[in-house]
Design a protein around this ligand. Structure first.
Ligand SMILES: [Zn+2]
Length: 185
């Protein structure tokens, strides 16, 4: 049975370390850990989660965009497990969008990210994949990739004035809010 893992909060050193590569993607212990990550992410309404966020300093994360209370406008996809990922291409054109993080509760920030990203990774059978993503999913990939290198989205926010509380963010999203119509997600 998968278990809910405790989520490391900003201030925990594990979030600031470069994670070590996974030695064997096919290890059954790793597969049990992936299941733990999936339930922990779903329980917290996350659209992605990286291993260091549950105190495992391993280079792997899950990307799982779907609409939920934290990201009502997120596109739906099957959860994608990326082991030992490497970003091989980032588009020069960037887009600013709202981000939050399970390890940084209560805050949202406007973060510029590349619109397209190409990432090479191993799946849980050890097969190599190289895939490109755009838009919100590309944003999640870049956010999670930061986690395995010891960065959080706050490091990418150009100004502290681009930070808002979660409550104000949800107000901005509201269709009745003039600000919401201009700020998109
Ligand atoms: Zn995060």
């Amino acid at each position: 049975m998968p278990i809910l893992r405790q989520i490391a909060q900003l201030g925990q050193p594990v979030l600031r370390e470069a994670a070590r590569p996974v030695a064997d993607p096919t290890d059954p212990t790793l597969h049990a850990f992936i299941d733990d990550l999936l339930v922990t992410m779903a329980d917290a309404d996350g659209v992605g989660i990286a291993a260091p966020q549950v105190y495992e300093s391993l280079a792997m994360f899950i990307v799982a965009s779907r609409p939920n209370p934290r990201y009502p406008h997120a596109p739906a996809m099957e959860p994608l497990v990326m082991i030992n990922p490497e970003i091989v291409r980032l588009s020069a054109d960037t887009e600013t969008g709202w981000e939050g993080c399970l390890s940084v509760p209560g805050l949202r920030g406007l973060v510029p990210r590349s619109r397209q990203v190409t990432v090479r990774y191993l799946d849980r059978f050890g097969a190599v994949h190289e895939e490109s993503f755009a838009g919100f999913v590309a944003r999640i990939v870049q956010h999670e990739y930061d986690h395995i290198r010891g960065f959080v989205f706050l490091d990418r926010v150009p100004s502290t004035r681009d930070l808002v509380t979660e409550k104000e963010y949800l107000r901005l999203l509201s269709p009745h809010s003039a600000a919401g119509r201009h700020n998109g997600r």
